[in-house]
Design a protein around this ligand. Structure first.
Ligand code: ADP
Ligand code: MG
Length: 625
């Protein structure tokens, strides 16, 4: 009985895998069992090709969220690479499959390096432009490409008895290889970084992800399998011309397939590729030609966008998950309870700040300015943070605290001035390089990657720019172990497998802190760590900050909870209208008339009078009121 039960459980747990194995086994056997179903084989092999392209597209547009509307350009590049060389040397085009992949990879990398430095819609436009301009180029460079007359690719070397069967298997194997490749990408730190970029690109940069490199590489990598397949495609067609090889409609069907199946998932694009090819073939045959096919595909796109915005696969798995959840009752009943035991941890900042060894402060901001239009949000700030200190930055709302953080971490370009961190001038460095130097931050409104699990969030940061690190498994091995330790340290060890978005606000703040610790920071900027969270968690937060500080991590804390600031921080800097109006020990700053007027209000006047000598200190006098 128990054996049967455990067997059943095991089968149920792997039901998805079994279905896939069964399906692909059937696809492998199909031409053997029905060798004369030539037409059906032809339809299926094009479905494999479309699925392959959708899976590749998904790497840049599903994982990283940068939509390419011209992805068939790489099919054309591969087809022309293989076709032209095969025609010229009269050899089997399949020898050029690696070269086709390489050409596509390099072309995408070059275009990516130009356009992916920026954000947003430029990329979409460029991808279409690339496709159309390749069409024009290939048409016009007729000395090499034979222009619009096209290229006759050598005919298949195998006996015509086999018909399309070799192509069928070639595309099927290429499809499986591409899926395996995409699955591997998704598992690595590179893949996690791409998801991070999709969800919140600025945040990704702040935790050490070199977003430019990631995007360019993702685009190039997503072109590669299509370039390889393009060579096979040219051989299959045996004739290629610019209009057919660089077809806009192919690009549209790639996008439609991935959207219909489930963009961002692994198998969704495969499913979508199959569905779209078969629907379009049916429309072609029964609808009377290619016009009706266009109509059906257009209609399908509208239907998908309206009714299955997530795609078929996510919709189905959501439905299954709901049923399963109903069966298993509620598992996370204690979600509200926050306080699990914290465990101590050793953080050892990369170069433990040696007190007194160097006299230079860890962070030094000189004359920093930043304007938004006419508004001078940061207006000539001089501020230093000593190694090993917990420095506070307080001031009224809108005084420029968050903006100053953005300038220090590189989320915004500095207008004027200089910022030095640990002996390096950092104000021109991209955010990820600043993170790699050991500068971490949390956000006023937490910015976790909400669709990832808590654990995935904590392993996402990259403490260095090493290429090897990118290829490492995201959630296994040493890194994941460290992430679990850090979660235990902030007392959230049990929540590792939960969606980050399901946690309470305070818990999210703690996860964000654990995330920053993954960077092995020397200094952490905390933007309102106690803002909007319950008192138990505030106490825990303070405990954690103290604990980390004892181990050598410096903090710059923006916080409105004044008792907390006065208790935790020394020194305290006060910002008002973009300028530091006071900086010094808490007891002195709280008595500074300029501070009382600008921010604290009279109720913070200390009971006993503060000696005059202190008030006369130059560091306390308001600068430029
Ligand atoms: P604080 O964190 O001290 O409350 P902020 O740094 O968020 O203050 O804001 C300082 C000033 O700059 C505010 O007047 C705010 O409206 C403005 N500001 C902040 N960010 C931007 C932005 N991205 N674009 C335009 N104005 C901004
Ligand atoms: Mg703020």
């Amino acid at each position: 009985m128990t054996l049967v039960q455990s067997l059943r459980q095991r089968v149920e747990g792997r039901r998805g895998k079994l279905v896939l194995i069964g399906l692909f086994a059937a696809l492998f056997l199909y031409p053997v069992i029905l060798p004369f179903a030539v037409y059906e084989q032809g339809v299926l092999l094009l479905a494999f090709l479309l699925a392959l392209m959708a899976v590749s597209w998904n790497i840049i547009s599903g994982f990283a969220g940068y939509v390419s509307l011209g992805h068939s350009v790489f099919l054309g590049l591969g087809a022309y690479t293989g076709g032209l060389l095969a025609e010229k040397y009269q050899v089997n085009p399949l020898w050029f499959m690696p070269l086709g992949g390489l050409v596509a990879f390099v072309a995408a990398a070059l275009v990516g390096m130009v356009v992916l430095r920026a954000r947003g819609h430029a990329f979409v436009i460029i991808t279409i432009a690339l496709l159309l301009s390749m069409q024009v180029l290939v048409t016009n460079f007729s000395t090499i490409t034979n222009g619009s007359n096209g290229v006759n690719v050598p005919l298949p070397f195998w006996s015509s008895d086999y018909q399309n069967m070799p192509f069928y298997y070639l595309f099927l194997v290429l499809l499986l290889a591409t899926v395996a490749f995409a699955a591997w990408v998704r598992r690595t730190k590179f893949g996690t970084g791409l998801l991070a970029i999709r969800e919140d690109e600025d945040k990704a940069a702040a935790i050490g992800v070199n977003t430019t490199r990631y995007k360019v590489l993702a685009y190039a990598v997503s072109a590669l399998p299509i370039g390889v397949a393009g060579v096979v495609y040219a051989y299959f067609l045996s004739f290629i011309n610019p209009i057919g090889a660089f077809a806009l409609l192919t690009s549209v069907t790639i996008v439609l397939s991935a959207l219909a199946g489930g963009r961002g998932t692994l198998w969704g694009p495969v499913l979508g590729g199959f569905v779209v090819s078969i629907v379009s073939e049916v429309a072609n045959v029964y609808g009377g030609g290619s016009q009706s096919r266009l109509l059906v595909l257009g209609l399908a796109l509208v239907l998908v966008v309206l009714f299955l915005p997530q795609g078929i696969l996510p919709a189905v798995s959501a439905r299954l998950a709901k049923r399963r959840a109903a069966k298993q009752a509620v598992e996370y009943t204690d979600q509200a309870g926050v306080a699990t035991a914290r465990t101590p941890i050793v953080v050892t900042p990369r170069s433990a700040p040696s007190a007194g060894k160097t006299s230079a402060p860890l962070l030094e901001i000189r004359g920093a300015k930043k304007s938004f239009g006419g508004l001078r949000a940061v207006d000539g700030v001089d501020l230093t943070v000593e190694a090993g200190s917990i420095t506070a930055l307080i001031g009224p709302n809108g005084s420029g605290k968050t903006t100053l953080f953005n300038l220090v971490t590189g989320a915004m370009p500095l207008g004027e001035g200089e910022i030095w961190f640990d002996g390096t001038r950092i104000d021109r460095l991209p955010p990820w390089e600043r993170a790699h130097l050991g500068l971490g931050r949390t956000f006023q409104i937490t910015r976790l990657f909400k669709s990832m699990t808590v654990l995935e969030n904590v392993v996402a940061p990259l403490p260095s720019a090493s290429w090897g690190l990118m290829a490492k498994d995201a959630v296994s091995g040493h890194e994941a172990e460290r992430a679990r330790e850090l979660l235990d340290f902030v007392g959230l060890g049990r929540f590792g497998q939960q969606q980050a978005g399901a946690l309470s606000y305070g818990q999210q703040k703690l996860v964000e802190l654990a995330q920053v610790l993954m960077l092995e920071p020397k200094m952490i900027l905390l933007d309102e760590p106690a803002g909007g969270i319950n008192p138990t968690l505030v106490n825990r937060m303070v405990e954690i900050i103290r604990d980390l500080n004892r181990q050598g991590i410096a903090f710059l804390v923006v916080e409105h909870n004044i008792p907390l600031v006065l208790d935790l921080c020394d020194p305290v800097a006060v910002l008002s209208r973009g300028q530091v109006i006071a900086q010094g020990p808490p007891s002195i700053v709280r008595a500074d008339p300029a501070v009382l007027e600008a921010y604290l209000g009279p109720e913070w006047l200390p009971a006993e009078p503060v000696p005059d000598v202190v008030l006369d200190q130059p560091s306390l006098s308001g600068k430029g009121s």
